[in-house]
Design a protein around this ligand. Sequence first.
Ligand code: NAP
Length: 298
Amino acid sequence: MDLENEIVIIVIASHSKRFLCPIDRRLVSHSYFLLMANKSAIITGASRGIGRGISLELAQIGYDLVINYAGNQEAALKTVEDCKGAAHEAGHAISAIAVKADVGGAGDREHLIQSARDQFGRLDLLINNAGITSIGRADILDAKEENFDQLMAVNLKGPFFLTQQAANWMIDLCKEGIIESPKIVTISSISAYTVSVNRADYCMAKAALGMMTKLYAVRLAEHGIRVYEICPGIIASDMTAPVQAKYDKLIAEGLTPMPRWGQPSDIGKTITALAQDYLPFSTGEVINVDGGFHMRKL
Ligand code: NAP
């Protein structure tokens, strides 16, 4: 084949719809292909629950996806397939891969970022979602140090250093003109400001993620990278399944102004608003997705 004179037909899965585009390869640089490709996102903890809900929504606006998980490969692969299906129904062609990585481990975080580099060559959006609940839910007077360390590794150290790595890559990608206005979103919780004395480590980690968001928002603003914190309320997922009856009762008694459980898609839709630049002059913001839980009442 005479590559010099070849006219290539590429399928561009853009933010609108797919279309065929004939381009003379001699005029096209590597950066151009990357610029014209789908935007791409890493979502940690995306095999189940809120991370899966976020991924399904991002798929519908045409994002290529890195679906991270800790151990449940079957669930991760199902999310990958469901995302491709959701994208297709919405008129987009996306790629999605599942990547096993413990966000609490440095080597695994490196592997996660490298997988995104190898597969997509760009990163427009990082979602720090993976998290575990307090192990054993022990009273603060009985909480164990090893459980504290494990939770902090996953819920705080992981997002902090993954954000650092992603941000440095995003800065380079912006300089090369490959991406514009990337974002980093961290999923904290109403537990960032609500006391549960049997989940002290969880509450403290979530509170710290709020400061992490502000720190990165200030540091990265000059590079055009916006950083947000989302505080979900009570969301139906495997994490809350064991306490479903307790929250059913509290919600029925008026705990939340909007009298229903939140769904993973509620968080996902909020993220698509950020991903599509509907908050263009905001950074370091806390976005409550909690049915109004955060408001004090008299
Ligand atoms: P979930 O249903 O328990 O799902 C947890 C997800 O995180 C799974 O995909 C799991 O992967 C992954 N994961 C766990 N440990 C990991 C690790 N070390 N490295 C990478 N991935 C890991 O939890 P969820 O309810 O969706 O919660 C998601 C986030 O929202 C958490 O940060 C949580 O604190 C926060 N949040 C939840 C609620 C709620 O009501 N559900 C409210 C506020 C905030 P595997 O499938 O492989 O195990």
